[in-house]
Design a protein around this ligand. Structure first.
Ligand code: HEC
Length: 129
């Protein structure tokens, strides 16, 4: 019985070790990003195709979109003037410190301090297209 148990434990550990060593883990990263989005962003944003604007604009396809350009959303002048296309790097910089990255933005979010969470979030959002 106890031998059987330890064999099972050993196998389990091996499987976990194998799972942990898979390359890329892109899907894990995106799944983590989705959880961060739900925790920190979904109060104000949707990210599904044709999703509603809540307090913030729908973020479907935002990576690759001109900042401040979603038709029908009233952006701050600061966001309209940003004059950049959202890519993963400037998106992550914005999310780290929205008010510093776009002074005068209407986005009342203080920032996401954890760089791994920002990376996961941008991985997931770049798949929402
Ligand atoms: C309390 C509401 C609120 C929260 C929480 C919030 N946002 Fe926003 N967000 C806004 C508003 C409002 C704007 C419009 C900003 C402006 O016009 O200056 C915005 C704008 C944006 C933009 C620019 C979109 C565009 O079309 O140019 C991005 C990207 C963004 N938010 C991502 C996020 C992410 C990711 C999170 C979570 C980490 C988040 N926001 C959390 C309200 C929010």
């Amino acid at each position: 019985m106890s031998l059987n148990f330890s064999i099972k434990q050993g196998l389990c550990g091996l499987l976990l070790a194998l799972a942990g060593s898979q390359p890329a883990l892109a899907d894990d990263l995106a799944a983590k990003g989705q959880a961060v989005f739900e925790r920190d962003c979904s109060l104000c944003h949707t990210a599904n195709a044709g999703g509603a604007n809540i307090m913030g604009p729908n973020l479907h396809g935002v990576i690759g979109r001109q900042a401040g350009s979603l038709a029908g959303f009233s952006y701050s002048q600061a966001m309209k003037d940003k004059g950049a296309v959202w890519a993963r790097d400037n998106f992550e910089a914005f999310i780290a410190q929205p008010q510093a990255a776009v002074p005068g933005t209407y986005m009342p979010y203080t920032g996401l301090a954890d760089a791994d969470e920002r990376k996961a979030l941008s991985a997931w959002l770049s798949q929402q297209r």
